[in-house]
Design a protein around this ligand. Structure first.
Ligand code: X90
Length: 278
């Protein structure tokens, strides 16, 4: 059978280490005078420095139904992953695309997963799917196992600024204001329903990194895989990796960079991590 994994660009990856076909559909970052398409060629650093100077309104846009249909291609089984449906219309567009695709091709199926999350947690779900597909499992079985795995994965963020989240109605402006104070960091997690939950506010990066490890443990982390992405803050990502390894020496941790969408919302300095629990 002909398989394919597709995602929206919020997972911060452009390829997967697997034989399984993979495609990403970009979200967009929009200002009054520019539009940034979140694909592999996007110069994220340039976008961030432009946004830092830019004083007008900015927003984001999710893929359309047609965008999703285009990446489904000719696959008989499509595994489709979206950013949480609580914060974006991406899932809804993918759901409509699935209906169209299956109606047009009765022998094909789209297995749609609302990640209830984004970033590194989505990466973990995608990696697991690719791994199960290469073990020649049936698509329905793969879907069942991935949905079970999703119950054991989590997402945490440490943000220096919540301005873009607040300006686009995704968090309370009051929270953005408090966290906007110099040196403040806000730690947020994705809830089981795919919403943002504030866990703590603290002063300084070192504190925030220590807090992140504490929150990971409280959320059930026991040394499993971690997918950590940073927005122009590699040194913090490396420090966090060292802190995690100090407690969990065998932790398998990858460090990557946020793509366009996550960079826009996590903002400069932000960290996003998906991880497994037991
Ligand atoms: O459809 C669109 O325009 C995309 C909107 C996405 C909005 C949220 C992006 C979140 C990115 C920072 C914060 C933590 C979110 C927690 C997930 C539940 C990253």
């Amino acid at each position: 059978m002909n398989y394919r994994i597709v995602e929206d660009s919020s997972a911060n990856i452009n390829h997967i280490n697997s034989q399984v076909a993979f495609a990403s559909v970009p979200l967009k970052i929009i200002t009054a005078d520019r539009e940034f398409v979140d694909h592999a060629e996007l110069n994220v650093a340039e976008m961030i420095s432009y946004l830092q100077e830019y004083k007008g309104k900015s927003s984001t846009a999710c893929p359309s139904v047609a965008d999703w249909l285009a990446v489904f291609g000719e696959a008989e089984a499509v595994f489709c992953f979206t950013i949480t449906s609580k914060l974006s219309g991406s899932y809804n567009a993918a759901r409509l695309a699935k209906e169209d695709y299956e109606a047009a091709h009765p022998n094909r199926t789209v297995f749609l997963v609302d990640s209830l999350s984004t970033g590194g947690e989505m990466q973990l779900l995608i990696e697991r799917t690719a791994q199960l597909l290469t073990q020649s499992k049936q698509p329905t079985e793969v879907y069942r196992e991935v949905c079970a795995y999703q119950k054991k994965t989590r997402l945490l963020f440490a943000l220096q600024s919540l301005n873009n989240l607040a300006n686009n109605g995704r968090v309370n402006p009051l929270l953005a204001k408090i966290s906007g104070a110099l040196g403040m960091r806000v730690i947020v997690r994705a809830s089981e329903q795919g919403e943002l939950v504030t866990l703590s506010k603290c002063r300084g990066e070192k504190k925030a990194l220590e807090k992140l490890v504490t929150h990971m443990s409280e959320m059930g982390y026991q040394g499993g895989a971690v997918r950590l992405d940073h927005c122009c803050n590699r040194s913090a990502a490396e420090q966090l990796r060292a802190l995690i390894r100090a407690q969990y020496p065998n932790a398998e941790i990858t460090i990557g960079e946020t793509g366009g969408l996550c960079s826009f919302y996590a903002e400069k300095g932000g960290l996003i991590l998906g991880f497994e629990t037991e």
